[in-house]
Design a protein around this ligand. Structure first.
Ligand code: NAP
Length: 318
């Protein structure tokens, strides 16, 4: 909380007046509860072509929202990556701070343009990576900073039918396919193992009639450390979101998307607080007049698409 310099008393700042754009699964599961629980935000409006949010003004598109003349400070954009840049640019043009779901845009050039636009307008841009806020990630990073890293192994296998039912956009061009969850693994790996990450080669398996892969294998290096990632969207057994980092002091394992940390047989886990942490960070960035945009995970995905060998696999149906 800010402090009044003349009285040394805490000052309660006015809440950030926020609109949410894209009222789908992640907005309902995570964003709306996190916003409701955070007194630093006041949800004023929602934008969705089909859905509505109770208790606030609802609009069909960003243009309608901006024309309605609400007193607004910021938008949180939760639509799929294609089309997000147009929404972000319109919001910045209207003088709003912007928080972006991951991945920050459909392409690297889009996010570069949004970033430059926000900087020129003096607005905060926060390109979020929710998995970096998972309970074990900060401790993993701190432990690894003191060790020599020998290898990174990512296994990210989940069932698209269970976690993304009916989300056809994921398999369209620009939908990222299995990289929609896979980029979360890359966001954690590049956070806990710092350095120059490069995709050396990749195999992408694209179902017939779709545009984005349902499975991918990446071979990477971070400096001279080898790293592999296996991403699978048709995995029906126990779901797996694991990263193992082999070091000179033995392996470190992050399971369950970064929420469970295992070192030397010692397991640490804590309740999920990814989205409350993201909103706390966004509030801090807005108050500080700062931005936070790291495109590293998006660049690795883009490079996998650039160097990847594509194989067409049998058609996918929900
Ligand atoms: P979703 O359930 O399909 O919701 C997407 C929302 O965006 C809906 O409100 C949707 O439709 C709106 N939208 C606007 N333009 C759209 C278009 N051209 N195609 C489809 N929908 C469009 O997706 P989601 O799972 O919430 O994912 C949204 C973003 O959050 C993605 O970038 C994803 O990577 C990220 N994310 C998802 C999860 C997860 O577990 N699902 C977790 C973390 C992050 P209407 O306008 O019709 O309402």
């Amino acid at each position: 909380m800010a402090v009044d310099a003349s009285t040394a008393q805490p000052v309660r700042l006015a809440p950030i007046k926020l609109a949410i754009v894209g009222v789908g699964k992640i907005a309902r599961d995570q964003h709306l509860p996190a916003i409701a629980a955070d007194p630093r935000f006041e949800l004023v409006a929602a934008v969705s072509r089909n859905a509505t949010v109770e208790g606030v003004a609802n609009y069909h598109d960003i243009g309608e929202l901006l024309a309605a003349g609400h007193e607004l400070d910021a938008v949180s954009i939760c639509t799929p990556p294609v089309g997000r840049a147009t929404i972000a640019m319109a919001a910045i043009d209207a003088g709003l701070h912007v928080m972006l779901e991951k991945p920050p845009a459909a392409t690297l050039s889009e996010i570069a343009r949004i970033e430059a636009h926000a900087a020129a307008a003096g607005r905060t841009l926060f390109a979020t990576w929710h998995s970096r806020e998972a309970a074990g990630v900060a401790a993993a990073r701190a432990w690894l900073a003191e060790r020599t890293i020998e290898r990174v192994t990512i296994d990210w296998r989940e069932d698209i039918r269970r976690w993304h039912p009916g989300q056809d956009w994921i398999l369209e061009a620009g939908g990222f396919g299995v990289f929609d969850p896979g980029i979360n693994a890359l966001s954690i790996a590049t956070e806990i193992v710092r350095g120059a990450w490069v995709v050396d080669s990749a195999d992408l398996r694209v179902p017939e009639g779709r545009m984005s892969p349902l499975a991918a294998d990446l071979r990477m290096t971070c400096g001279d450390v080898p790293a592999t990632a296996a991403f699978d969207f048709l995995h029906e057994g126990p779901q797996q979101w694991d990263i193992v980092v082999d070091t000179d002091a033995g392996p470190l394992t992050l399971r369950m998307g970064g929420s469970v940390l295992e070192i030397d047989g010692q397991v640490t886990e804590a309740p999920d607080a990814e989205y409350p942490r993201l909103y706390a960070k966004f509030a801090e960035l807005v108050r500080a007049g700062a931005s936070d945009v790291d495109v590293t995970p998006l660049r690795l995905v883009a490079d996998a698409f650039l160097v990847g060998r594509r194989e067409i696999v049998p058609a996918f149906a929900w």
